[in-house]
Design a protein around this ligand. Structure first.
Ligand SMILES: N[C@@H](CCC(=O)N[C@@H](CS)C(=O)NCC(=O)O)C(=O)O
Length: 149
């Protein structure tokens, strides 16, 4: 009869262990899902290399969407300054590749929104960051350093 409490105790231990094991498995599955973003690791690396080469090659790079009002302000400001070597990508016109670039930009910069701006290979941020640089008088120096003015 003494075995009844033992069985109950063992069942409780079993249930508790089972609970922790299951939640660990769930957590692992969630983590994999987050890092698994595109399934093709090789393709990600190639895309990242392409982005890195682009921001190295062009003094000013803007990842944009054609309908985005913030992007329009960014492009208008840069064009009004007669920036040389300005490269604009309209991600919404690039199909799947546009989405993949946006995902990869998020991995690289922690920023998912557009415009996503690089000057002299350096990540600047979005439109508000660019406008702030302009109003604080720092933008022209950055552009000169990058060889865009
Ligand atoms: N504060 C940001 C706002 C940018 C923003 O909200 N952009 C929108 C498009 S207009 C965006 O990226 N939405 C998410 C998406 O298109 O995936 C900036 O100044 O750049």
């Amino acid at each position: 009869m003494a075995s009844v409490p033992v069985v109950i105790a063992l069942s409780i231990v079993f249930l508790v262990l089972n609970y922790f094991y299951a939640s660990k498995l769930t957590q692992r599955a969630l983590n994999q899902n987050q890092t698994n973003r595109p399934t093709n690791k090789m393709a990600n690396q190639q895309l990242r290399a392409k982005i890195e080469a682009t921001i190295k090659e062009f003094p000013v790079v803007v990842y944009s969407k054609s309908y985005c009002p913030y992007c329009q302000r960014t492009k208008a400001l840069l064009r009004s300054l007669d920036v040389e070597g300005l490269k604009v990508f309209e991600l919404d016109t690039l199909g799947d590749e546009g989405k993949q670039i946006q995902d990869e930009l998020y991995e690289i910069t922690g920023q998912r929104t557009v415009p996503n701006i690089f000057i002299g290979g350096k990540h600047i941020g979005g439109n508000s960051d660019l406008q702030q640089l302009e109003s604080s008088g720092k933008l022209k120096d950055l552009l000169k350093e990058a060889g865009a003015l």
